[in-house]
Design a protein around this ligand. Structure first.
Ligand SMILES: [Zn+2]
Length: 382
């Protein structure tokens, strides 16, 4: 990964390059910032740059021995740790590395949520044995990071350990990592990459040199989109709200159109209290998978929020695509201070029930009844 493969953010790149040129390369660092800013890509570009044999003032060469291995994410002195689903006593990131490489190289802006989806919408964690010795992991014959860190670097000046999503570390794992940060092995640099730095142990947090990676501005996303796909006729750059990965997912799928279509007909049937057609709607939605059903409910929450913004703030602040905006402008007449919280709570609770494998048909039918009542609640100010 080179710096110039990452769109914009010239100030952040400059700050990183300045630090390196002054030989200020801290052994414990964190790349932090809101979800959807390209922190993992920047951490990899940074790691490749400090190890490049022919670097220029602004980027790595991408052709030297080190860069070639880095660009394939296969350098022996590069270790990437990320949340995983446990399939055996000692499952570690390295067991998922081929999948992770494919996942990351297909979209360098990928988020942790997308990785969770990729893993089957489960909740992955970083487990303790990422940081323990081979002995403590009986079913593993390979050297663990712990064992490798005790050895000299294979071929590079800086061995780099990237930890993506350290907020997903179990507490015992955090304590093990803290030991490394307290007594860093020679020539080793830890680069944590985190959306939620406040969820790290304070003792870890306080040791990290921080690089803040901001989210993209709307005009940056419009430029990015236009360069890649042409004019943004759907208004996806606005909806993405600075999250470049989300922008790519909006562009890459027809699902947004499907969600709006399903939601529109659902609300229309609820409002009309047309229970026959509503039953048909519920049956068709209950046949979709849980991921889609949850997306629909999250979509519903975002429409309610945007309806409130439209009613009480300013429709210029709406974070919607063009088609959604058109819908929100009409639908917001039925959303008010009396029913909005109730609706959001119903949708949120339903997402929780879906996670517990409740029967989707019953859930969506009950929910539809509640919504049909709530949509008829008038604002007390009317
Ligand atoms: Zn190079």
């Amino acid at each position: 990964m080179r710096f110039n493969e990452i769109f914009a953010l010239e100030d952040v790149k400059k700050e990183l390059l300045n630090g390196i040129s002054r030989n200020r390369i801290a052994h414990s660092q964190v790349f932090t910032g809101p979800k959807g800013s390209p922190k993992i890509a920047l951490a990899l570009a940074y790691a490749q740059y400090i190890n490049c044999f022919n670097k220029t003032k602004t980027d790595s060469c991408n052709t030297c021995n080190s860069c070639v291995k880095y660009s394939k994410l296969s350098h022996p002195d590069l270790h990437i740790i990320f949340p995983v689903i446990k399939t055996s006593k000692c499952t570690r990131s390295v067991d998922y590395l081929p999948e992770w490489r494919n996942f990351f190289t297909s979209n360098i802006y990928s988020s942790l949520d997308e990785w969770s989806n990729f893993m089957g919408d489960k909740n992955p964690f970083i487990y303790t044995h990422e940081f323990t010795s081979t002995k403590e992991c009986v079913d593993s014959s390979r050297l663990t990071l712990y064992n490798k860190l005790a050895l000299k670097n294979f071929e590079s000046k800086y061995r780099v350990v990237i930890i993506w999503g350290p907020e997903k570390m179990l507490k015992i794992a955090s304590n093990k990592l803290l030991k490394f940060l307290e007594e860093p092995p020679e020539g080793t640099i830890f680069l944590l990459v985190s959306d939620e730095i406040n969820n790290l142990l304070p003792t870890i947090n306080s040791r990290l040199q921080k690089t803040f990676v901001p989210k993209y501005t709307e005009s940056e996303l419009i430029e990015f989109y236009t360069q890649k796909f042409g004019p943004d006729v759907h208004g996806f750059s606005k909806k993405a709200d600075g999250d470049i990965s989300y922008l790519l997912s909006l562009q890459g799928s027809t699902q947004e159109i499907e969600l709006l279509r399903d939601f529109t007909s659902w609300m229309r049937l609820c409002f009309k209290q047309d229970f026959l057609k509503l039953t048909n709607w519920v049956v068709s939605i209950s046949k979709r998978n849980v991921i889609y059903q949850k997306k629909l409910l999250n979509f519903a929450i975002s429409i309610i929020r945007n309806s409130l913004i439209n009613n009480f703030v300013d429709n210029k602040m709406l974070l919607t695509s063009t088609d959604e905006k058109e819908f929100v402008l009409k639908f917001s007449k039925f959303v008010n201070e009396e029913n909005s919280i109730l609706l959001i709570l119903e949708f949120e609770n339903s997402i929780g029930y879906l996670s517990r494998n409740i029967n989707a048909k019953i859930l969506f039918f009950e929910l539809s009844l509640q919504i049909s009542k709530m949509l008829r609640i008038k604002s007390s100010k009317d």
